[in-house]
Design a protein around this ligand. Structure first.
Ligand SMILES: Cc1ncc(COP(=O)(O)O)c(C=O)c1O
Length: 387
């Protein structure tokens, strides 16, 4: 089926069928992986839409079509990583342009803004207040992009996409939403007013911890032309095999996100009240500070649960005792992982800033996989008992 013929269908159907036209030459139901750098032209300039794989490749185009459809956008540009996708969006800016973001953004995004784009004259501005008022207080005519992640990493704050879209647009800025944590299966930022969606497809979209990738999805032709120009000019494109892997992962995205969310909620409820834990953070727990908003803009709480031990040392001991949960960076794969942000993913943030945000040495981020939840709970319980 073509994208047009699938558009009225639900996300789980589009995830399987958009960009999956059978191969015309052989009838292969699964489109072949186009492992080619170049395309033979009948005569100079007379080609079938593809010339060179940095500017376009049919396997990449299939992935892009599918992601654009799932996010409710018109176009998508795929990148070699989430960071390359993020960099392409910032590369649309000129010296003096401001990017307004919540301080608790992904560390690599913070690093790109502070250590790469600030050097080219882009002005990063960070609010420590994730509420719409926190953004409204700092936005001005120079702000060209309001950049948010929701839920955030690792404290899982949820930011109001609809209200932030209005604040950005009233000021002449665009709203960019990094939808890596929620994915289009749980949250649809374009429908809520976002202009750019950014993904690290490395995470839930790929879903199997075996491919690094990224994507930018837009709903506007002119924005897409600029992003596609930068995709080709900067050259951070994914190879065809990586596109195939990401696209194969997408086929089970809806199913996986449902199971990730179910397992994570069950685990969050189970751990709540454990005497060794100070806090269990999960957007779909009623005591989460953004619970009402999370329920409004997400259809599930996602697969990340953050826990904080009363004693800082207990977090490290816990990591040494888990058997199913692997101690590793990244998230969003079918297998469960545990990450110690202060030592691992967030180590580059100065300790005082980290602790002021609540990312203490006793905090752990669980990426809850899709294993049987009883086994996961047994593993967590025995590791907590052992500390
Ligand atoms: C929310 C978020 N955005 C972007 C990125 C960057 O993605 P990548 O590692 O694919 O470059 C990450 C990586 O952890 C992330 O967690």
């Amino acid at each position: 089926m073509t994208r047009d013929s699938c558009e009225s269908m639900k996300l789980a159907t589009r995830a399987i069928h958009v960009g999956q036209q059978p191969d015309e030459s052989s009838g292969a139901t699964i489109p072949p992986i186009h492992l080619t750098t170049t395309f033979t032209q009948a005569s100079p300039g007379n080609h079938k839409g593809y010339e060179y794989s940095r500017s376009g490749n049919p396997t990449r185009a299939n992935l892009e079509q599918c992601l654009a459809s799932l996010e409710g956008g018109t176009h998508c540009a795929a990148f070699a990583s989430g960071s390359a996708a993020t960099a392409a969006v910032f590369a649309t800016l000129a010296p003096g342009d401001k990017v307004l973001a919540y301080g608790d953004v992904y560390g690599g995004t913070f690093r790109l803004l502070k250590q790469v784009f600030e050097g080219f004259g882009v002005v990063p501005v960070f609010t420590e207040d994730p509420s719409p008022a926190g953004f409204a207080n700092l936005i001005d005519a120079k702000t060209k992009i309001v950049w948010i992640e929701t839920p955030t990493n690792p404290l899982l704050r949820c930011l109001d996409i609809k209200k932030l879209g209005r604040i950005a647009h009233d000021s002449g800025a665009l709203l960019a939403v990094d939808n890596t944590f929620a994915t289009p299966a749980l949250q649809q930022p374009i429908a809520l007013g976002a202009d750019y969606i950014i993904h690290s497809t490395t995470k839930y979209v790929g879903g199997h911890s075996d491919v690094i990738g990224g994507a930018v999805i837009v709903r506007d032709e002119a924005l897409f032309e600029r992003i596609a120009f930068l995709q080709n000019s900067l050259g951070g494109v994914p190879g065809p095999f990586d596109c195939y892997l990401a696209h194969r992962g997408i086929k089970t995205l809806a199913l996986r996100m449902e199971r990730h969310s179910q397992n994570a909620l069950t685990i969050a409820k189970h751990l709540q009240g454990n005497a060794k834990l100070e806090r269990v953070v999960y957007p779909f727990l009623p005591d989460h500070p953004d619970h009402e908003l999370a329920k409004q803009q997400m259809t599930g709480g996602g697969g990340i649960v953050t826990i904080v031990f009363k004693k800082d040392d207990a977090a490290l001991e816990f990591c040494a005792h888990v058997k199913i949960f692997a101690c590793a960076e990244s998230l969003g794969g079918v297998e469960s992982l545990v990450n110690h942000p202060a030592i691992m993913t967030h180590a580059s943030i100065p300790q005082e800033i980290r602790e002021a945000r609540g990312i203490t040495d006793g905090l752990l981020r669980l990426s809850v996989g899709i294993e049987d939840v009883d086994d996961l709970i047994a593993d967590l319980d025995q590791a907590i008992d052992a500390v």
